[in-house]
Design a protein around this ligand. Structure first.
Ligand SMILES: [Zn+2]
Length: 353
């Protein structure tokens, strides 16, 4: 008998609100998450450690592990420690790096992972992808979805503004990724997953048109929901395509060539604006207005890159995701054409600054 519906993998619990961390104990006591109450906690530097006294007796009894770097090596050593400890769940508390290390480490030994986000830097907080450094380079690794996702707006509000702007950049870049995916369908015969596309598009458009600011709970809730939905869209599609197109190829090439210049969400914002302009996307005006409204980077200089450096990233972008067809592969710009287009983009959008 054929399946009557597709089963959509998803966390058993998603909590986005003020005070969500205070209820973490109840969530863990739920037998779906921690049957035996043997929980390990991974915290990063920053807010993660400040949260521990606030989360009640369950986590006070848990073993705490510090995550200092977002590398595969850090994840492997955490995984080894978890295996030896006999835990039944790992709770990761912090920003993107801590959650990525936690997802990878928990996945190594088949442990459920509870993602507790204290900021909204990118869509990794609920995605089946971990972005980790290995041999000096960032790579994306497929991992299991978090079993539960907790986003406490009290902590998010205290996180640095640049991190929230990164979250905005990552979620609105979905619209560029989806336009690339549809282009790949027309030009390259790729199959677009309609459900995954609907989720990623809803997430991107909710922020694209949201009149609020990161000071408002309503806006932060939409941003958090958008990042969660983006992660689920990738899980539904079985690929990062609904949230990762030419914007992300450019971002990955920046990470490879000019590591440490900026952060993921801010780099994909500039990549998305450039690629949308290249594609002559009708949504370019709305995207530009959204980035301006929030002060998200739009130009190479905003993320510490010269025109030449950004051109290098545009040329190297396709090589970061072989087999992925986007507007970059479609136009297949050579060095001279790429530099001309980047200069034209900087002149045009810089003049509007
Ligand atoms: Zn991203």
């Amino acid at each position: 008998m054929p399946l009557l519906a597709r089963m959509v993998p998803s966390p058993v619990s998603v909590e986005i609100r003020r005070g969500a961390v205070a209820a973490l104990g109840d969530l863990l006591a739920d037998s779906r998450v921690s049957r035996l109450g043997r929980v390990a906690v991974a915290v990063g530097r920053g807010y993660g450690e400040k949260i521990i006294p606030a989360v009640g007796p369950v986590l006070e009894k848990a073993d705490i592990y510090r995550v200092d770097e977002g590398s595969v090596d850090a994840a492997l050593s955490l995984g080894d420690a978890l295996r030896a400890g006999g835990y039944d769940a790992l709770v990761g508390i912090g920003g993107g790096r801590t959650l990525d290390v936690g997802k990878y480490a928990a996945g190594m030994i088949g442990l459920p992972f509870v993602s507790v986000a204290t900021t909204l830097t990118h869509d990794g907080l609920a995605s089946p992808v971990a972005s980790l450094e290995h041999n000096g380079r960032k790579h994306s690794y497929g991992v299991a979805l978090p079993l539960a996702v907790v986003i406490d707006l009290d902590y998010v509000r205290q996180s640095p503004r640049s991190q929230l702007l990164g979250g905005i950049g990552d979620v609105v870049s979905n619209l560029n990724a989806l336009a690339d995916w549809r282009l790949a369908q027309v030009e390259h015969g790729d199959q677009v997953d309609g459900l995954a596309a609907a989720m990623a598009q809803t997430a991107g458009e909710a922020i694209l048109h949201h009149p609020g600011t990161p000071e408002d709970d309503d806006f932060l809730t939409s941003l958090a929901q958008g990042l969660v939905l983006s992660g689920l869209a990738m899980s539904v599609a079985g690929t990062s395509r609904p949230c990762s197109g030419s914007c992300h190829e450019i971002c990955h090439a920046i990470d490879q060539n000019f590591p440490g210049r900026s952060t993921h969400g801010l780099q994909v914002a500039v990549g998305a604006l450039f690629s949308s302009w290249l594609r002559e996307d009708p949504a370019i005006g709305a995207l530009d207005a959204c980035l301006r409204r929030h002060g998200v980077p739009r130009l190479p200089a905003d993320i510490g890159l010269t025109t030449e450096e950004f051109t290098r990233a545009v040329l190297d972008g396709p090589g970061t995701r072989p087999g992925r067809f986007t507007v970059l592969e479609h136009l297949d710009l050579g060095p001279d054409a790429a530099r001309e287009r980047v200069e034209e983009f900087v002149t045009l959008f810089g003049a509007q600054a």
